[in-house]
Design a protein around this ligand. Sequence first.
Ligand SMILES: *Cc1c(COP(=O)(O)O)cnc(C)c1O
Length: 406
Amino acid sequence: MLKLDFHPAGRHFLQIPGPSPVPDRILRAMSLPTIDHRGPEFGVLGLKVLEGIRKIFKTTQPVVIYPASGTGAWEAALTNTLSPGDAVLMYETGHFATLWKKMAENLGLKPEFLGLPGTEGWRRGVQADRIEARLRADAGHTIKAVCVVHNETSTGVTSDIAAVRRAIDAAGHPALLLVDTISGLASADYRHDEWGVDVTVSGSQKGLMLPPGISFNAVSPKALEASKTAKLPRSFWGWGEIIEMNKQGYWPYTPSTNLLYGLAEAIDMILAEGLENVFARHQRLAGACRAAVTAWGLDIQCADPAVYSPVLTGVMMPEGIDADAVRKLIYEHFDMSLGTGLGKVKGRMFRIGHLGDCNDLTLMATLSGCEMGLRLAGVKLAGSGVVAAMDHLTRHAVKPALGMAA
Ligand SMILES: *Cc1c(COP(=O)(O)O)cnc(C)c1O
C-alpha cells in the first residue's frame, strides 16, 4: 500500500519529461491569494502574461491561454481552423504525433499519416521532402493543414520546423502549418513568426516549469482568418471572444489565476536568464546525458544526431531487459521518476528528462541514480556514464547565472 503521508528524506527527483520540477520561486508566486478575475488587478496580471508569453514564442501575434492541459490546446488548434471532413497531413514521429492524429479522427477530420514502417520513424524527425512531395501531388489543395510535433516527447527527437515551412512553400500549397511544441517551448529553440507557423500549441508543465493546467495557442493572421470560416463545432475553445477580451487582460470565463501568477514568474526567470542561454543550457545538459548513455554502451532512441532533443534522452534497453522494471527499481531505491516508454516502444526504453529547472548537479544526480539502478537491474554496462557526463560538463564548462556578475 502506498502511503501518501510518508515523506522520504531529501527531494524526490522528478526526471520525467514533464511535468518538470516547479522551482520554489514559482510555487511561492502561486501562493498569492486568488483575486477577482474581473477586478482591476487581474487586468494588470492578464496583460503582463499575455505580453510576456509572446516573447517566449517569439511572436508579435496573439497567444491564447487556456485553463487546460496541452491536449485541450491541440483540440483548440484543430477546431478553430478546420471543418468536418477536412484532410490533414500528419507525420508519425512517435506517441504524441499518434495521439494528435487520433484526436483529428475523433473530431471528424481525415488525417493522413506519413511516416516510416514499424518504429523506424520513432527514431528520427520529420522528413520535410516527403511532406513537399505529398503536397505537390495534392494539386486540388484538398489538404487543409500540415500538423507536426516539434519535440517528440515519447522519443527525444526534434523536427526541423523551418524545413517543413520551406517544404510547404516550395510546393506552393496553401495548407496551414500547425505545430505541437508542448515539450519544446522554453527549452528548445522555437520561432513562431520566423518559421511561419500558423498555430503553435504548447503547455505549462514542461519547459515553462509550471504545474500542469494551462496551455497555449499562438495564432498567425492566416490562422485567425481561417477561424472565421472553419466549421468544426467549438465554444470553450473559440479564439474570437478570448482574443477580444484579452485586449483588456481578461477572459470570457474564469482563468487559472494562480497558474497565471506562476506564469508571470516563469517568464521573468526565463527572460532574466535569456532565452538563448536557456537553450544553450539545455543543449549542454543533453550532450552530457548522451555522453553517459554512450559510455554505458546503450543506444539512444534518436538515431539522427542532427535532431537530438535538448529536452530529454530516450535510453534503449538491451534485448531481454524490461525498461519499466528498471524504472521501477530506480524509483524504489532512489526516489526518482523516469519517463516510461510510450506506445510502440513501451518496455523497450525509458526517458531521462533534463528540462526546465535543471542544472549540472541535478543532471549528475539523475545519471548517478540511473547508473546505480542499471547495475542493480543486472544490465551490463560498458563503462561509467557518470564519469563520461562529468567529463563532458567540465570540458564544456560554463558558469551558471548566479546573479554575482560585477
Ligand atoms: C505532454 C505532451 C502532450 C500532452 O499534453 P497534456 O498536457 O498531457 O495534455 C502533447 N504533446 C507533446 C509533445 C507533449 O510533450
